[in-house]
Design a protein around this ligand. Structure first.
Ligand code: GAR
Length: 226
């Protein structure tokens, strides 16, 4: 599986992907790393790993669509099977999303559909959530609204502030993204007929990351829906 990774900042999820590929845990290679921020540390991580790394600043583009078309022509040029938004912080315009439906995923730091958008950890604290976490979902035109593939749950502790909570969620984001990519590479997870499939069947509820960092079915939800 050829991956293109989009990242705007720190790049810890990119590093987690590269480490897992290096350990032989994901049957994939990163064909390119792309950013809207020329000084993103993620690009430097990519270069240090000897990967194709390209930045394109939105400055100077007349519209969001113009920028996205240009950026994604660079992405498409490395012929990715899957595009991974790993901390890519720009909205992607509808026509460009539509042209890549089913081939683009995003990691988001909340249990979607809860807490879309930004400052998700503070949103969770403000809502007095007792469980927070992260989701990997297919990207569709609706911001953070595409079908969810898998989630990792993180209990909220009484003395949490947004920074502490973000740090614990991040520790679970990395294995969540790795496990999801692993099963996309094996074909156990697939996008068929506009739906997430797992082991050949439509997935009724997001997979959960267990303590052994494996993706398991959310039996409770499935049984209660039965
Ligand atoms: C991660 O927490 C990721 O979930 C979040 O940005 C961070 C990037 O960290 N993404 C979003 O908020 C997307 N809406 P990283 O650069 O260290 O991987």
């Amino acid at each position: 599986m050829r991956l293109a990774v989009l990242a705007s900042g720190r790049g810890s999820n990119l590093l987690a992907i590269l480490a897992a590929i290096g350990r032989g845990e994901i049957d994939a290679r990163v064909a390119g790393v792309f950013s809207d921020k020329p000084d993103a540390p993620a690009l430097e991580h990519a270069r240090q790993a000897g990967l194709h790394a390209q930045a394109l600043s939105p400055r100077g583009f007349a519209s969001r669509v113009d920028f996205d078309e240009h950026l994604f022509s660079m992405v498409d040029a490395v012929h990715p099977d899957l595009i991974v938004c790993a901390g890519y912080m720009r909205l992607i315009s509808d026509p460009v999303v539509a042209a890549h439906t089913g081939r683009m995923i995003n990691i988001h730091p909340s249990l979607l559909p809860e807490f879309k958008g930004l400052r998700t950890h503070q949103q969770a604290l403000d809502a007095h959530a007792t469980v927070h976490g992260a989701s990997v979902h297919y990207v569709t035109a609706e911001l953070d609204g595409g079908p969810v593939i898998a989630q990792a749950r993180v209990p909220v502790e009484a003395d949490d502030d947004a920074a502490r909570l973000a740090e614990r969620v991040l520790q679970r984001e990395h294995p969540l993204l790795v496990a999801t990519l692993r099963e996309l590479a094996t074909g156990r997870i697939a996008w068929i007929d506009q739906r997430v499939h797992f082991d050949g069947h439509p997935l009724p509820a997001p997979l959960l990351l267990d303590d052994a960092n494996q993706l398991v079915r959310n039996r409770t939800l499935q049984e209660s829906n039965a």
